[in-house]
Design a protein around this ligand. Sequence first.
Ligand SMILES: NC(=O)c1ccc[n+]([C@@H]2O[C@H](COP(=O)([O-])OP(=O)(O)OC[C@H]3O[C@@H](n4cnc5c(N)ncnc54)[C@H](OP(=O)(O)O)[C@@H]3O)[C@@H](O)[C@H]2O)c1
Length: 317
Amino acid sequence: MKAIIYEEFGSADVLELKEVEKPTPRDDELLVKVHATSVNALDMIFRSGESLLFGMTKLMAGLKKPKHNILGFDVSGEVESVGKKVTKFKQGDLIYACLRTPGANAEYVCVPEKYPAIKPANMSHLEAAAAPDTGGTALRGLRDIVTIKEGQRVLIFGASGGVGSYAVQIAKTFTTEVTGVCGTDAVDMVKSLGANTAIDYKKEDFTKNGQIYDIIFDAVGRNITSYSKCKNSLTEDGIFVTVDPQSTVFRYMLNKKVRGYMGNVIGEKLDYLRELIEAGKVKSVVDKVYPLSQMVEAHRYYEEGHPKGKVVISLQD
Ligand SMILES: NC(=O)c1ccc[n+]([C@@H]2O[C@H](COP(=O)([O-])OP(=O)(O)OC[C@H]3O[C@@H](n4cnc5c(N)ncnc54)[C@H](OP(=O)(O)O)[C@@H]3O)[C@@H](O)[C@H]2O)c1
């Protein structure tokens, strides 16, 4: 099968299209024919060998050399066969999943049974591959980590990105008042996703405009914003939650108004997301689609840091 391989850590140039052996599923795995995958922050971290989360990412990606030679965490595709202990899925099912171990930048990938869910019927594979990591992460942050409630005022920092575009829409499903913060080019898009207000961070600093929020959801990470910068923009019980857990791990022990977390996207979250998608309440925003052979260009575009929604890779003819 064709796959994008990397044998050393580095820039996008380490990625190469090669012919490799098709994988064989274990007893608890599905063999999935990949129709689409997408580009995520974790692909960049694994590719570059960056040591984050106190070395945890390095342990996962490999200490000196990549432990897994194929990247790709999001997948949308068709089940080709199942291991003998698999009970929830069968050959021919169309699924979407976020993998814990990468491998979806290939024509086939093995997926442990607990990660996938049936793909939303009203989405193409391209749209479905844009949903698992970012949609699942936004869902966990808002629903599980801060328990979002009707009537709350919610600010999404990074509202135009992969996680942020899902966070805006998911927050709206809880009947909240949503403010999205994004760059100039994305203001109209963020409003079209349902945000009541969109703030252009290039023109206005939301931490200085006197508005306060019950939840500030940081979907940018990399310490561009922080609890310290946002604390005066929170209500008395307000919570700052970030997709960048490294920045908050010690602070949370002292201050329960700060939360950082990992997405932990398993099938249950994707079942929940599918119901929202099929009800027409949330959708994927796909910025660009590249063929598998243009993975280097896809990584470079994502690394510029301003995609409007997701960068998706098509394996369909
Ligand atoms: N915890 C987890 O499990 C988990 C899972 C997935 C992702 N993440 C993290 O989530 C973050 C976002 O990932 P993503 O894939 O959604 O990224 P993305 O699609 O590249 O989105 C990045 C967002 O950041 C905004 N941005 C860039 N520079 C900015 C600045 N200087 N000030 C304000 N906003 C800025 C962009 O807005 P404009 O384009 O409008 O400028 C865009 O909305 C990453 O840090 C990633 O590591 C964490």
